[in-house]
Every structure is written in structure tokens, then in C-alpha cells.
Design a protein. Structure first.
Length: 202
């Protein structure tokens, strides 16, 4: 027994000298290839999403979060006359402070503010669908960050029959932050496909 234990270090050295086992080499190559494929797909879906040119709509919806980049886009579209109604998602969270303050102080029949429950894209999708149904909106422009376009469109289209035009705002993120967004959006998109935000559209 002691002799076997003493021989272990020598055996390890011999195995290292012989190189990494082929099965390990294949496994590592597979993982690296899968990671690169995912990174390429995530880049195309979330960094270079398909973007539609805005057209006349019934309402412009600005989703919550990253308000400093999203709200100006929505307001600019409103000023350009793309829709008579500007709809803003409020959350009372730090990332949405500008929009929340705008809703607190603005007094205009052309601006509608809503509080989604829960405070998620899924909750926003249900709230937007209800607003569209209640107001007879058939065409919506939806503003959100470029990385969030696909997941938002997927969730909202699961809840409403209204036609959607997705318009991006441009986030200013570091490579590390983009990678984090890629991971988050991949998980969120998978959840949206596997577990739709709404059982039926309204």
C-alpha cells in the first residue's frame, strides 16, 4: 500500500510527459467551439439586431431600464409625429429614475405611464398588451436597448395582436458589460420561448 502511494507522483509525471489524454483534448475543443458559436450568435442577435425603420403608429412604448438612453429616443419619435401617444414604463428603480421623474411631473393626455407587475419584461409585455386592447391600438413602436430588442419583441408579441416596430437605443457598455448582457439575454430569450409571457394574445 505504501509502495503504491509513493509511486503515485511518478505515475502522474509520466502521464503528463505523455501529454493530455485524447478524450480531454476533444472535450476541451468541444467546449471552446461551443463557446465561440454562442458568442457569434449572441453578437448577431444582441449587438447587431435586425432593426426596423419606424413608421406611423398608434403609440410609442418606452420600456423601463436604461432610461437615460431609452427615453430620449421615445420622446424624439413622439416629437417627430410617429404617434400621438407616448407610453412609459415606470419602476421606481435607480436605472429608470429619469423616466419615473418625467412621469411624476408631466401632465399631458398624450403621455401614459404604467407600472408593470412583476417588474420584468414579461410583466411589461402583459401591461402593454392590456393598454393596446383597452385603447384600440393596432400598431406600436417599442423602444428599448439594442441588446433587449429580440427578447422584448418575443415577449410582447406573445401577449398582443398589435403590430410591433422595434426601435433600439444605443447603450454605452464595456466589453465585459456586453458579455454580461449576452448571457442575460440568452437566458431571457430561452425562457421566453420555453415559457411564453402570455397563454393567449389579446
Amino acid at each position: 500500500m505504501l509502495a503504491s502511494l509513493r509511486a503515485l507522483p511518478h505515475r502522474l509525471v509520466v502521464r503528463l510527459q505523455r501529454g493530455v489524454p485524447r478524450s480531454v483534448d476533444i472535450a476541451v475543443s468541444t467546449v471552446v467551439s461551443a463557446a465561440l458559436i454562442w458568442l457569434f450568435a449572441a453578437t448577431m442577435l444582441f449587438y447587431y439586431p435586425q432593426v426596423q425603420k419606424p413608421a406611423k403608429a398608434d403609440a410609442i412604448v418606452v420600456l423601463a431600464g436604461a432610461a437615460s438612453e431609452r427615453l430620449p429616443v421615445g420622446r424624439d419619435l413622439s416629437y417627430q409625429g410617429y404617434a400621438d401617444d407616448l407610453v412609459l414604463s415606470t419602476t421606481d428603480t435607480p436605472g429608470n429614475r429619469i423616466t419615473d421623474m418625467y412621469c411624476d411631473y408631466i401632465s399631458s393626455p398624450a403621455v401614459t405611464c404604467f407600472f408593470p407587475e412583476p417588474l420584468t419584461t414579461r410583466g411589461e409585455a402583459r401591461a402593454v398588451a392590456r393598454l393596446a386592447a383597452d385603447n384600440g391600438w393596432d400598431n406600436l413602436i417599442v423602444v428599448t436597448s439594442s441588446y433587449h430588442l429580440l427578447r422584448a419583441e418575443t415577449n410582447i408579441s406573445q401577449c398582443t395582436t398589435a403590430a410591433l416596430t422595434m426601435v433600439p437605443s444605443d447603450p454605452d457598455l464595456s466589453p465585459k458589460q456586453w458579455l454580461g448582457r449576452f448571457v442575460e439575454e440568452t437566458g431571457g430569450l430561452a425562457a421566453a420561448v420555453l415559457r411564453p409571457a402570455c397563454a393567449n394574445r389579446i
